[in-house]
Each structure stands twice: as structure tokens, then as C-alpha cells.
Design a protein around this ligand. Sequence first.
Ligand SMILES: NC(=O)c1ccc[n+]([C@@H]2O[C@H](COP(=O)([O-])OP(=O)(O)OC[C@H]3O[C@@H](n4cnc5c(N)ncnc54)[C@H](OP(=O)(O)O)[C@@H]3O)[C@@H](O)[C@H]2O)c1
Length: 299
Amino acid sequence: MTTTSESLETHTTPGEARLLPGAPVADAIFAEVAAAATRLRGRGITPSLATILVGDDDASAGYIGIKQRQAAALGFDSPHVHLPATATQADLHRAIATFNTDPAVHGLLVQYPVPGHLDYDAALQTIDPDKDVDGMHPLNMGRLAVGLPGPLPCTPAGIEALLAHHEIPVAGREVVILGRGATLGRPLAMLLAQKRPTANAAVTVVHTGVPDWARYTRRADILVAAAGVPGIVKPEHVKPGAVVIGAGVRYAGRRLLPDVDEACAEVAGAITPRVGGVGPTTVAMLFRNAVRAAERASQ
Ligand SMILES: NC(=O)c1ccc[n+]([C@@H]2O[C@H](COP(=O)([O-])OP(=O)(O)OC[C@H]3O[C@@H](n4cnc5c(N)ncnc54)[C@H](OP(=O)(O)O)[C@@H]3O)[C@@H](O)[C@H]2O)c1
């Protein structure tokens, strides 16, 4: 049987990076969520993930549609409120408050982005932290910092799950994260430094305040690109045989521009694919947060 450490070491030949797709990770999480949802329904509780969309952005409407279809497939209710693009901050807060006080709603998200005249972060702070399936409420960031249970930020939690699923050893290894943003780099650093078999890493975070950041990334066993700067991570920034996780992306219209230059696959031992790496795990984590919120609410 291949051990977890062997599974990393056997893929260190240049030009042979093993791909780390997110879809099988998401499928495993969805299976776990579906089983939990079935148990809840057996007790007369239908888990529910509510969504709020403001405005008529096609891409945002599409993302809501994906979540609603996923909710149906998992046996969740998915109540939805669509506010017009002219909605005020007070309208948005009222819609959030309605879901906050509805005991049949276990999870709640406001689709990002909202129209420019609205303050997304201010709205986020009015969500009941226990229903915050994005895991981004300041209280949940605080819970993560001190190790209390609560909804976890979805992309960081998805990255931990992706590494675990693909049997990439993390404990005791050097993880370098390029980017300290609030949605990705910072919470991921907290998560992967926690004392747990799928984390427990030596974590370093680099950013624009560290101009020679390549000095750190070149020694990383696991390098996570979380900058949102297309092509910023080049082969010369990667230690031969390292694991490279591309999480940062930009969009030019519908075109996805990842942080990780494709040529990194020639140096890395394992790497997320250009499309279908971290993204699918993020959506799965939304539902894991929602079903766990339903479990906690029904205890
Ligand atoms: N795949 C997914 O599902 C998913 C989910 C969430 C986010 N993301 C993506 O992840 C990326 C990061 O998100 P975020 O919200 O954390 O972004 P953010 O708040 O803009 O943070 C970006 C970070 O990258 C650093 N950075 C930017 N340019 C740099 C450079 N030239 N050299 C060194 N460091 C640099 C910044 O440093 P300073 O702090 O010094 O400015 C900052 O810490 C975005 O592309 C976002 O789209 C993806």
C-alpha cells in the first residue's frame, strides 16, 4: 500500500506533475452532506440554504442557479430573495434579517458582488454568525483564530480537504501562502497551522511587504497562490517536486486568469489543474457549513 509520504515523493520528476482535481473532493464532501441531510430529514428537519441576489448580473444569477440545483440534489430547501439593482442597504439588511429570524433557515449567503452603491462587508456583519455559510463573518474568523467550532471559510477549508483527499502530507511540512487576503490567505494560514492531522504545518505568509517572496516560495513543500495576480507564480518560484495549489484567479470577462503559470507543472510534483481545482471544493464547503449549521440548530 502506498503511504501518504510516498504519494508525494513518487511524483518529483520534472515534467510529470500529478494533477489534483477538485471534483472528486467535492463529490466526497457532497456524499457526506447528503447522508447528514438524510439523517436530519429522518428527524423531521429539512436543511435549508437561503440565498439573496441583488441586481441582474448574469454570472451571479448563474452561480445562484448552480447552488439551487445542488441544494435540490442534496435534499435541501433553498429559499431565495431577488432584490432589484436599485435596492438600498436597508432593503438588503431587511432581507437578511428575515432569514436570520426564520428558524427553518439554517444557512444564508448574499451572492457577491453586490451593486457598487451597496456595502457587502457591512451586510455580511448583519448575518447571524451561526447561519454564515461563507464562514466570513468576523465572529467566525475569531472562532477560527481561537479554534472554536463554527462555519469555516469555504475556500481555505476546501484547500485543506483537497490536500487530504489527494493524500498530500501537510503535517510538519513547510507551507508558503502567497497572499494575506481576508477571504483566502489569512484564514488558510490559521487553518493549516492548527493542531490536526490534516493541518499542523509550518506556515509562512508572504505578500507585497516581502519583495523577495520568492526566497520563501522556493523552499515550500506546498505553495498556495492566493494573490489574484495572473501568472505571478512562475516555475522559478517553485521548488522541484513541490505541491502547487492555484487558488487566486482573476476574470477578464468570462476568461479565467489563474495566479499559477501553466509552466509550473513542469517543475511541481503535484499541481491543481488550471480549471476545476480549488473551485469545486469551495461550493461543497458551503453545503457542509449549511448542514452542520442545521445539525447544531437542532441539537
Ligand atoms: N478559487 C476560489 O474559489 C476563490 C475563492 C476566494 C478567493 N479566490 C481568489 O483568491 C485571490 C485572493 O483573494 P483575497 O480576497 O484574499 O484577495 P486580496 O484581499 O486582494 O489579497 C490578495 C493578496 O495578495 C497579495 N499580493 C497581491 N499582489 C502581490 C504581489 N505582486 N506580490 C506579493 N503579494 C501580492 C496582497 O498583498 P498585500 O496584502 O500586501 O496587498 C494580498 O495579501 C483572488 O484572486 C480571489 O479571486 C478564489
